[in-house]
Design a protein around this ligand. Structure first.
Ligand SMILES: [Zn+2]
Length: 529
């Protein structure tokens, strides 16, 4: 970056400040050139009357670079150092990162917010302009300008870590009025975000809010795609939950033990305006299950929540990610879906053949193959070899009865307690009876589908004005399950639903949000008194 910006017809001393957003620099340029009309400045800088004024993801950066003759740096460094895009990219693949930069360099960002997953994240895609009143004063004193700090604009950042003061929001860019305006922070324009009891939230969760703000800033500086593998992330998270005694050594999550933690996290979420409406244990559980099963989580804020509660900081998460075995199984239904990750080698297969011809027993075969009985039995089962039962407490009648009930999809824990057997015994029956596990999975799938369809149908029938989007926010887990497993049915049921007019939709959505928020706030107030 040089000290001189030369633009067509202008030569001015206006280097961007460290940590200043590009929008802020353009707004200062606008002020300095005294252009009057916002469109005139935009035309000068970006070669278009409007595109370029976006405060979060501006487009036409190639045009800006060329019109400024490169004095502001190249497009990549402008994006990396002066926009919030890098916040969204550490968890995403390199291809998306390249596409995103290309979109901002091109003539229009098009569906960038959609591709980044913001519009489907459930956390909104708006970025209200935020500022710290103390920074405004200090910057004016030091630089003669108050400007927008990039760290303050990030989702999850609601405290200025330099002054440890709550960030306030500007009304600009929140409505259509100032959509294309160039603007700079003024203390008198700022206000506390609606619905946020700043006194309570900042006091109760000050330390945590500071942690969130530093984590958001750290994300900006982390390389693109540094944490892109959701399977490895899941593995790191599961390991950490195990270390905190929230998971068994096999990786099974102890949901009951986690409940108190999830409640606590939900209360913390109330201090984040973008997350107040999802401050709910069940919603958190659904999100955590998603993360733990190695599915990608689109909004970094969701990972920041897990990270802020169970990791020291982002570096700690990164270290755990680097240690995590990317091939590790991440299914949350272990050991039900447990697979023997390394199958029998050629010489072990010959032992299995001997068992098939009953030349040797299963026990002897396991010994010959040099693996445990259970592993050997699982191999045999995968090859369709019926394991001869070794003597055990479970007699044939009990075994048959349990098999039938497992097939019907009954819960293993309940069966173990009813028959006074260990969970291992039940898992063994499941693993060593050919075809049982697959049949049980099918049966459980059918039951889950019936329940999900019923719930979705009842939900839609309960309110004729309910749009699919609104229904989805009420029953996200059901929607997600149907979307993944029964998409055609979901589509046809949604078509059957009359799409309500947009005003009704907006009203419904707002009503639910307000209801959820007020319940949550009531809980918070109860907590703090
Ligand atoms: Zn400050």
């Amino acid at each position: 970056m040089t000290n001189q910006s030369e633009l067509p017809g202008f030569a001015l001393q206006l280097p961007p400040f460290d940590g200043e957003t590009l929008f802020s620099w353009c707004s200062r340029y606008h002020r300095m050139t005294a252009n009057g009309r916002d469109g005139a400045t935009c035309l000068q800088l970006f070669g278009d009357r409007r595109i370029g004024t976006a405060h979060d993801f501006p487009a036409r950066l190639d045009a800006l670079v060329s019109r400024s003759d490169g004095t502001l740096g190249d497009a990549h460094s402008l994006i990396r150092e002066h926009t919030i895009l890098p916040f969204y990219l550490p968890f995403r693949c390199l291809r998306l990162a390249e596409e995103s930069e290309r979109a901002m360099r091109g003539t229009n960002i098009g569906g960038l917010k959609y591709r980044l997953g913001l519009q489907t994240s459930g956390l909104g895609s708006a970025h209200p302009l935020k500022a710290c009143p103390t920074c405004i004063e200090a910057d004016q004193e030091l630089h003669g300008w108050a400007y927008w700090h990039r760290d303050h604009q990030l989702p999850g950042a609601w405290v200025c870590n330099l002054h440890q003061t709550p960030l306030l929001i500007s009304p600009c860019k929140l409505d259509q009025r100032a959509r294309f305006a160039w603007t700079l922070p003024r203390a008198t324009d700022l206000s506390v975000p609606a619905g946020l009891p700043m006194g309570i939230a900042s006091h109760t969760y000050a330390h945590w809010l500071m942690k969130m703000a530093s984590m958001a800033a750290e994300l900006l500086r982390l390389g693109y795609s540094t944490l892109e593998d959701p399977v490895r992330l899941a593995s790191a998270l599961r390991q950490r939950l195990f270390e905190r005694n929230f998971a068994s050594p096999s990786g099974r999550i102890k949901w009951r033990d986690l409940e108190a933690s999830l409640d606590f996290i939900a209360k913390r979420q109330l201090a984040l305006p973008e997350m107040q409406h999802v401050a709910d244990r069940e919603l958190l559980k659904a999100q955590l299950t998603r993360a733990l099963s190695g599915r990608s989580v689109t909004h970094p804020l969701r990972w920041m929540i897990w990270c802020s509660n169970w990791f020291d900081d982002l570096r700690d998460l990164k270290a755990a990610y680097d240690r995590a075995d990317k091939h590790q199984s991440t299914t949350d239904t272990l050991p039900d879906h447990e697979v023997v990750s390394h199958g029998p080698e050629a010489w072990q297969t010959t032992v299995l053949d001997q068992v098939r011809t009953e030349a040797v027993s299963m026990t002897r075969g396991a010994k010959l193959a040099g693996v445990s009985y259970n592993t050997f039995a699982a191999w045999a089962c995968a090859l369709g070899i019926e394991a001869a039962r070794r003597p055990q407490k479970v007699n044939a009648d009990v075994r048959q009865c349990i098999s039938i009930r497992l097939l019907a999809g009954e819960d293993k824990t309940n069966l173990a307690s009813e028959f006074r057997l260990s969970m291992e015994t039940l898992t063994r029956i499941l693993r060593t009876t050919p075809g049982l596990r697959e049949a049980r999975n099918r049966s459980r799938f059918e039951r889950r589908r019936t329940a999900a369809r019923k719930e979705w149908h009842e939900l839609l029938a309960s309110d004729p004005c309910l749009t699919t989007k609104a229904a989805r926010s009420i029953a996200p887990a059901t929607f997600t399950w149907l979307y993944r497993n029964d998409r055609e049915w979901l589509k046809s049921s949604s078509h059957a639903l009359k799409t309500s007019v947009s005003t009704n939709h907006a009203q419904q959505k707002m009503k639910k949000k307000v209801e959820r928020r007020s319940t949550a706030l009531r809980q918070l107030l109860d907590l703090s008194t």
